[in-house]
Design a protein. Sequence first.
Length: 484
Amino acid sequence: MRPAPTILHLDMDAFYASAEQAAKPSLRGKAVVVGGLGPRGVVATASYEARRLGVHSAMPTAQARRLAPNAAYLVPRFSLYRTVSDQVMELLGRLSPLVEPLSLDEAFVDLEAGGTADDSASARATGEELRAAIRAVTGLSGSVGLAGSKMLAKIASEEAKPDGLLVIEPGTERELLAPMSVRILPGVGPATGDHLRRAGMTTVHDLAEAGEAELVRLVGKAHGHGLYRMALGLDDRPVVAERDAKSVSVEDTFDVDLHDRVRVRAEVERLAVRCVERLRGADRSGRTVVLKVRRYDFSTLTRSETLRGPTDDPTVVREAAGRLLESVDTTGGVRLLGVGVTGLADYTQEDLFAQAADAREHAQRTQEHRAPAVEGGEETAPEPESDSAEPLAARRWPAGHDVHHEEHGHGWVQGSGVGRVTVRFEEPWSAPGRVHTFRVDDPLLRPADPLPLVREPAGYSSWPASLPKSRSDPGSPGGAESSP
């Protein structure tokens, strides 16, 4: 535990939904739900307006629709979220060399290591400046927690939500934690929480009073020891700048169970290629290929194969995943498939046989594509390639995704079906726009990249260079009280 609250935890508020509201003026102040929209879709994030109606993350989308039938339901746009996340992480990097990202919208920062805070006043001032910088650069709000440990900083940011800042002063940890539910502590999920409840422990105070020996008896030595320390507010974990990924994986849940073995294999091969794309994007290779299959009865099977050495070759991973599939019975139907790679490394062991097979396959496909068709003894010239990899009529228009119309400009898809797509034309900095409906194969309409949420972010090019190393003035700016 540190003597000053110099560990900062940032958590962006309802990140995906807030980004969608910032991008779409017509949705501001309204219920927005981001997630899978199919029969088996799950909510990824709900705006605070939707949360007031009972919608929350991980809820089936079908249930969310019953609770909030008038909400806007949108398919995630991860390219936008990653861009905004990069902007936020860049701002955090200006505060300290020790930034530990937990996800796209959440990170720890060691302010002491960056020399930007060394006491409560300077930490609070830095936190407020950070929140202002994030709003100026991205247009979004984030909640900040400051404490002497990672656990307490995260608890503080949760208590500060939405759009707030909370400082937990050293020495007040136990008083703050005592009345809170045991579920507030890291590692206490529903099962452990229910087990502790049956033992008569529902608050953090109950855990501290029970003592370490009793907690070890209830939940085991390793967990019991850690749980007791957390109940006392003790956490000495450092902020780690680089968290090494242990695996890379992708998976898909299907709206309708797959029964066709050929289709199942095709989906596995497609997932294997996507997995390798992520692997290469991280400049990594992997040695063990893992296949995940969730069957019609929700039973989940995993199979793995360890290769001779690390690889990032799509053919090698695809063939390994195919071999793993052969050992799985899918006759009853498959609802989810996943392909992953573990045993990550920074180098690739060349597989000349796989590379040769990949080259032969590529050459064969190229030859087939270029070969002219022959009908009635006459050669027919191949049709010229279009801009799109698929016919206009086959284009998919996911709800919430960006489009551009040659006459109406930039907009986003409100919905599609029965050969029609409805688009609202507006930009992040415009007034709510007008709605038009087109045929799905309208040649003037095409998918587009997301626009930035803020047209010209300014005022923070040199931030935080102007920040003093320490601010001990009690009157320093701060929008929230210290520990309650």
